[in-house]
Design a protein around this ligand. Structure first.
Ligand code: C5P
Ligand code: MG
Length: 162
């Protein structure tokens, strides 16, 4: 059991993008995306980083240990399952998410119109109010046009400290 009432977690993910594949971010399909994620799972780089942020906050390793990307059973899997498992591990240790901040770096398309949908989707997965999920978007300024990068911080709060 941690001595700390609050713990910070940080997660990152990246996927290569290719034409003809779907792009899903935070559980939300991105309409009219010319490029989609090359991945073993559904390639949801937001949810992969969310799960890693939850795990890292309690020094529980990373999602590759729980969902190896070589395992046939995880091929094409819905990344919401990965977040649900990470959340379960956090709760088992007596913590719950307090707030999370998500940064997505993607050149195209513009994601601004999906900000509220992504916040709502991530919040629902973490049983948080939408107001506890910050979502920011950046371009790579053309440095990585076929690439999506995500970064997520998560505050974990020991049950009873909220
Ligand atoms: O990265 P940059 O500073 O050029 O981003 C400018 C604006 O574009 C930001 O306000 C961001 O919210 C928005 N943006 C977006 N969708 C992206 C990348 C950036 O809406 N895929
Ligand atoms: Mg990933």
């Amino acid at each position: 059991m941690s001595a700390l009432p609050f713990r910070i977690g940080f997660g990152e993910d990246a996927h290569r993008l290719e034409a003809g594949r779907p792009l899903v971010l935070g559980g939300v399909p991105v309409p009219h995306a010319e490029l989609g994620a090359v991945a073993h799972s559904d390639g949801d780089a937001v949810l992969h980083a969310v799960a890693d942020a939850l795990l890292s906050g309690l020094a529980l390793g990373d999602i590759g240990q729980y969902f190896p990307d070589t395992a046939a059973e995880w091929a094409g899997m819905d990344s919401r399952v990965i977040v649900a498992r990470a959340l379960e591990l956090v709760r088992e240790r007596g913590y719950v998410p307090g707030n999370v901040a998500v940064v997505v770096t993607l050149d195209r398309p513009k994601l601004g119109p999906l900000r509220a949908d992504i916040a709502r989707s991530v919040a629902a997965l973490l049983s948080l109010p939408e107001s506890e999920v910050g979502v920011s978007f950046k371009t790579s300024e053309g440095l990585a046009p076929a690439h999506v990068q995500t970064r997520v911080t998560a505050l974990l709060v020991r049950a009873g400290e909220g």
